[in-house]
Design a protein around this ligand. Sequence first.
Ligand SMILES: [Mg+2]
Length: 157
Amino acid sequence: MPSHFPIWDHPVVAIDLDDTLSEFDGYKGWRHIGPPRPYAQEFVNLFRSHGWVTFLWTARLEDGLLREWLHEHKFIYNGAPAFNYINKSPINLHINCNPSKPIADLYIDNATYPFCGHPVPLREVAEELIRRGILDGSGMGKASHTMRHAEEGRPST
Ligand SMILES: [Mg+2]
């Protein structure tokens, strides 16, 4: 039984889509996904840059549509998709556990942590995760540096 953090050999984060990464103004049909919320791409990449494995976890089941939306809105990290997995957890795959009950170290969702239904800006969420040390402490300076440069419109190093 895993009893340490991270559960797997990399920390894993599940991130929701509607009203978390994307704007959501009511259900408008399965083909409609709202535009990305501000800082959405940077938010996912912040985890990647700290060595986390990312997966999108959404009730939407159309993988092709999800991949199109992610590609169209440039959810890209180091030239590859920013999400390592779509609607599946690598931990479940690794231990052959029920894939409909995804295992992750952290689950970011507008209905739950850390929003609890309130529209907290993703940048503030990122700052809180860094402040609380949830993101790897060794990368905290790098994250702050990256965010500062992003705010100033300069390329990060
Ligand atoms: Mg949602």
